[in-house]
Write a protein that binds this ligand. Structure first.
Ligand code: FES
Ligand code: FES
Length: 249
């Protein structure tokens, strides 16, 4: 160890600074930095090939620009369709833009509003969150086919589904934008109740058929937002249909 004397210590007396007699701290830091830089350069050289390889997508589109198109078979409202579309097409866009079924609405496109609700093999889903190719061969029911799928396919006049009639009777809408999703969701929900599926507010998990109280209806329909706040009338319409013989509990 060597000693050096500073001009002023903390109390005015000459301060003593102890320095290591070996390599200085500065030299050690410089050596460490140099080693890290060398290591980083060598690992980058290993990771990066000299000529970057094209991504699989780029390679495909160069050989066949249409390679992202897929064929999907959908049975929509009882009618078979063959869809040739980008594999990333959502079910909602397939229905609205490819099959011209504009009844299902695009509200948020993020699975938050329920305006796009349709039935797939009888179960309600948000069509904006699902790719069309995932439903190859499945049966899709939209608001256009809810009352009578066959009639919807032939564009013949139809009688209303019980839920559609009840929404009219109870004034269950104002602007109507959320209504197709509300009605499809309610149809799926009533089927779930009939199958004995409990909800978050069900008082018992052992009841074969949950009692469809207003609280149950609100909870089970909570995925469908109505910006016009027509909720009391929506609940009344669904309750009306649920009380019809054979529909739910
Ligand atoms: S548009 Fe699908 S949930 Fe809102
Ligand atoms: S009736 Fe307008 S958003 Fe529901």
């Amino acid at each position: 160890m060597t000693q050096a004397t500073a001009p002023h210590g903390p109390l005015g007396e000459p301060a003593t600074i102890h320095r290591a007699s070996g390599p200085t701290r500065r030299a050690a830091i410089q050596r460490t930095a140099a080693s890290v830089a060398a290591l980083s350069a060598s690992s980058q050289a290993q990771l990066l090939p000299t000529t970057p390889a094209p991504s699989p997508l780029t390679a495909l589109s160069k050989t066949n620009p249409m390679s992202h198109l897929l064929t999907t078979r959908l049975i929509v409202n009882g009618q078979a369709h063959e869809l040739h579309a980008d594999s990333r097409t959502t079910l909602l866009d397939a229905l609205r833009e490819h099959l011209d079924l504009k009844g299902s609405k695009k509200g948020c496109d993020h699975g938050q509003c329920g305006a796009c609700t349709v039935l797939v093999d009888g179960r309600r889903i948000n069509a904006c969150l699902s790719l069309a190719v995932m439903h190859d061969g499945q049966a899709i029911t939209t608001i256009e086919g809810l009352s009578s799928p066959a009639a919807s396919a032939t564009k013949a006049p139809t009688t209303l589904h019980a839920l559609q009639a009840a929404f009219l009777k109870h004034d269950g809408f104002q602007c109507g934008y959320c209504t197709p999703g509300q009605i499809c969701s309610a149809a799926g929900m009533l089927a779930e109740v009939k199958q004995g599926m409990p909800s978050h507010v069900s008082s018992s998990l052992n009841t074969p058929l949950p009692l469809l109280t207003d609280e149950e209806i609100r909870e089970r329909m909570s995925g469908n937002i109505c910006r016009c706040s027509a909720y009391p009338n929506i609940v009344a319409a669904i309750r009306d249909v649920a009380q019809q013989p054979g529909v739910a509990s």
